[in-house]
Design a binder for this molecule. Structure first.
Ligand code: ATP
Ligand code: MG
Length: 396
């Protein structure tokens, strides 16, 4: 087949002993899923994946697929040559002019000679390839330690040459560590939390509590955009939009004002647990960070935990806002998250929230609110959206 070849480095997968096959299978599946409808074939040879991707697949699509798939640490567009020194040099001569190499910079040659029967040593090959480079770029310098450009040659069952390596996401392939329910608000934190769990191998669906008209249609659109932006890391997800206006008003009108946020969070946990159980998820994921706001104290988080039997994962718990923002920028959610549509917590926030709830007391207050019926109704009226592994909205 007429194909583009990419060499892919797996990450932590190589540590996984018995599960290794499963992890690799998932990684391959995840990459192929993103490249559809284009044909791709991914094979394995000594610690490397070889992805042969149909010539007509756009480079942009391939780039996005490889850069958002968790569980791979790096990749490079590679060029094949016959395992013959002259053929290798000829291939270098062909690919270098359109690479990043230029005369005003430095370079090194890296040779990996996996096939020990190849009659030239790594040093021989490096010297020959260096002469090709200097013939093309007369003023280029050699710098073994800190080169601007690297030409790598791997001698395996064929010879492979590549100039530009891109770092991958690392972590583990999403889909190898169970499934969570991400509480996705329109803020900066929760999309990052979803991404972090994807990197540890989880899949997830998401839930957004919508309090229309207190939170606008635009707030919902923003959350849908965020869901589509994290979908590539999670290999696609569904978004459950739970209408929670009645619940918010009920809490406002019947609860203690200072406890409003706590009661809302308790109701979210109860609702999320039910949706998780009905959809094969065994954890709840939130974007909370310790002490970031009043409802994120140890006592408050401990109270919300007590509202569900599911494990509550808070991957951002020890991070400060700057770190979270840096990640949000890197994964491309930040610009959407800072759009100014308020989420419902802000609208219904008490002026003097309780920061040190007594679990037994707040639990009793929540029970007195008798929210079971409201929660049932909200779940019944939940709307579902779906996004594929490329973030495209599809039929749910
Ligand atoms: P974020 O930046 O993710 O909105 P935040 O710092 O604003 O978080 P809170 O508003 O207290 O903090 O929310 C804490 C977490 O609770 C969020 O990270 C999210 O996981 C969840 N959450 C809050 N509001 C909603 C909502 N309307 N729908 C779904 N989940 C929510
Ligand atoms: Mg928020």
């Amino acid at each position: 087949m007429g194909n583009k070849l990419y060499l892919i480095k797996e990450g932590e997968i190589s540590l996984k002993g018995g599960n290794r096959n499963l992890f690799e299978k998932r990684l391959r599946h995840n990459i192929k899923d993103k490249l559809r409808p284009y044909k791709s074939e991914i094979s394995k040879q000594k610690g490397r994946l070889y992805a042969y991707i149909s010539e007509d697949a756009p480079d942009e699509l391939i780039e996005k697929a490889l850069s958002t798939t968790t569980g791979l640490t790096g990749y490079a567009r590679a060029h094949r040559a016959e395992k013959d020194l002259e053929a290798i040099k000829a291939k270098a001569l062909e690919i270098l002019p359109s690479s990043a190499f230029s005369s005003n910079g430095s370079f090194r040659i890296t040779v990996k000679r996996e096939d020990k029967t190849f009659p030239y040593t790594s040093h021989d090959i490096a010297v020959e390839l260096a002469s090709v480079v200097t013939s093309l770029f007369p003023d280029i310098r050699v710098d073994l330690d800190n080169p601007d450009y690297t030409l790598t040659c791997e001698i395996r069952n064929e010879a492979y040459l590549y100039t530009d390596q891109t770092k991958g996401e690392g972590g583990l392939p999403s889909g190898t560590a169970g499934k969570g329910m991400l509480l996705l608000s329109g803020g900066i934190d929760s999309p990052v939390a979803g991404y972090m769990m994807a990197k540890r191998g989880m899949r997830a669906d998401a839930i957004y509590f919508h309090a229309y008209p207190y939170t606008s249609e635009l707030a919902l659109e923003k959350v849908k955009t965020l869901a589509s932006l994290i979908a590539p890391y999670l290999q696609g997800l569904r978004l459950f939009v739970v209408p929670f206006t009645e619940g918010q008003l009920h809490i406002r009108d019947n609860g203690y004002e200072e406890e409003a946020t706590l009661m809302f969070r308790a109701a979210m946990m109860k609702t999320a647990e039910k949706i998780a159980n009905a959809n094969g998820a065994s954890a709840i994921i939130t974007g909370e960070a310790l002490s970031q706001v009043a409802s994120q104290t140890i006592d408050a988080m401990s109270f919300t935990d007590s509202m569900t039997d599911l494990i509550v994962l808070r991957p951002l718990v020890g991070m400060d806002k700057e770190e979270i923002i840096a990640k949000a920028k890197r994964i491309g959610t930040y610009e959407t998250s800072i759009l100014p549509y308020e989420d419902c917590c802000v609208v219904f926030s008490p002026k003097h929230p309780v920061t040190r709830p007594v679990k037994s007391v707040s639990k009793r207050h929540f029970e007195e609110l008798k929210m079971d019926g409201i929660i049932e109704n909200a779940i019944r009226d939940t709307a579902v959206y779906a996004f594929d592994a490329n973030g495209k909205e599809i039929d749910a």
